[in-house]
Design a protein around this ligand. Structure first.
Ligand code: SF4
Length: 379
């Protein structure tokens, strides 16, 4: 249900908030647990469905709150099983979530902002600029509607669609999650809490371009996995590709990673978008391996997906293989991220363009590319 009003969304509230509201309404604290169970376990879209609550309480809840689940405006399906969801929020803004099946896994990639302020040169989302942060409930809502979609797919298919449930989550959709720290951390709380979705923190990865204070906070506040979009080891090259490097140079980023109190058996994933002739030489791979010494990590190589107007080209397969070999020969665990949903990537970008165009017609028409490689392809 989408409520385009100013009524607060109950999905933005913590368990403590719900208990406080119940106390103010003269209800016992355990009612907060019942409400949360309906919202996050049962996926209730309206208060009237909360059958074990007194009618007066259901009415009071409906008067005080909306359940602002995003509306699924469109689903694009790839032949490889990837599904990209265009989700319309209560104010009409649109974001994308992506469901990516991979053998026993079904990974949901969520967005944390409408647009993005980080300006990475290899990312179409950057051309949107930042429209706004998503609230806690808008991030959790992406999970709730994706879970319902997966369940509906199963119900509609006698053979079933494996896997049957979302097993992993990555915060790699539109936006820089740590730029929206409060929304991201709130969503992680609701997703992982036993009163909420109860999703394992071990199966959640947050990806950042490297906002150093917030990276430290994230490791202190949660036990989720950390991915860092690195993409260049040379400060001059990275400054050019990723403006965040002007504020947080590569050297400081790596020093911070080295000092992070990683839990045992955890390692940082460094994402590295390979750009032809810019950062894909074997000598750069060797420099990368030297720079990562002493950091428990792996490297995820992502061949660039060009989009119209992009200033970079895609590294060819040979360059990708040579780069990976150079890392491996230097003892770095390096994988190449397979491109998922390539046949719907353009449609995905057009969907974002369509949604954004409704909000800011002139800007969108002038700047939006036909494909947004970021959503679903990660930082
Ligand atoms: S890669 Fe991520 S952080 Fe960089 S502009 Fe795109 S959405 Fe923003």
């Amino acid at each position: 249900m989408t409520a385009a009003s100013t009524t607060p969304s109950i999905l933005d509230r913590s368990r403590a908030d719900l208990e406080a509201w119940c106390a103010a309404a003269g209800e016992p604290a355990y009612r907060a647990g019942q409400i949360a169970t309906w919202l996050y376990r049962q996926g209730a879209g309206e208060f009237a469905a909360m059958r074990n609550l007194p009618a007066a309480l259901r009415e009071a809840l409906a008067a005080a709150f909306a359940i602002d689940l995003p509306e699924v405006a469109h689903v694009a399906r790839s032949h490889d099983g990837t599904r990209k969801l265009l989700l319309r929020l209560a104010d009409g803004a649109t974001v994308e979530s992506v469901l990516i099946p991979d053998e026993a896994r079904l990974t949901l990639c969520v967005s944390t902002q409408v647009g993005c302020a980080m300006g990475c040169g290899f990312c179409a989302t950057a051309t949107l600029g930042l429209h706004r942060h998503l609230r806690r409930g808008e991030i959790v809502g992406q999970f709730l509607v994706a879970r319902a979609l997966v369940a509906a797919d199963l119900a509609g298919s006698p053979e079933g669609v494996a896997p049957a449930r979302i097993t992993n989550m990555v915060f790699m959709g539109m936006g820089e999650p740590l730029h929206n720290y409060d929304g991201t951390i709130g969503a992680i709380e609701t997703l992982t809490a036993d009163w909420g979705v109860d999703f394992s923190h071990r199966r959640i990865t947050v990806s950042t371009v490297g906002l150093l204070p917030e990276m430290r906070r994230l490791l202190a506040d949660t036990r989720v996995n950390l991915a860092v979009s690195l993409t260049a080891i040379d400060q001059d090259v990275r400054r050019r590709i990723m403006p965040v490097s002007r504020k947080y140079p590569v050297e400081d980023l790596l020093a911070t990673c080295r000092a992070l109190p990683l839990p045992r058996r955890k390692r940082i994933t460094f994402e590295y978008v390979l750009l032809a002739g810019v950062n894909d030489a074997p000598t750069q791979a060797k420099a990368l391996a030297r720079a990562l010494a002493g950091i428990r990590c792996k490297v995820n190589l992502i061949p660039f997906n060009p989009f119209p107007g992009a200033a970079f080209g895609r590294s060819d397969d040979l360059a990708v293989a040579r780069f990976q070999d150079a890392l491996r020969n230097a003892g770095v665990h390096a994988t190449v991220r397979e491109s998922r949903g390539p046949d719907i990537a353009a449609a995905c970008g057009q969907l974002v363009a369509e949604g954004a165009a409704r909000r800011t017609p002139a800007r969108a028409a002038a700047t939006l590319p036909a494909a947004a490689p970021h959503a679903g392809d990660g930082h």
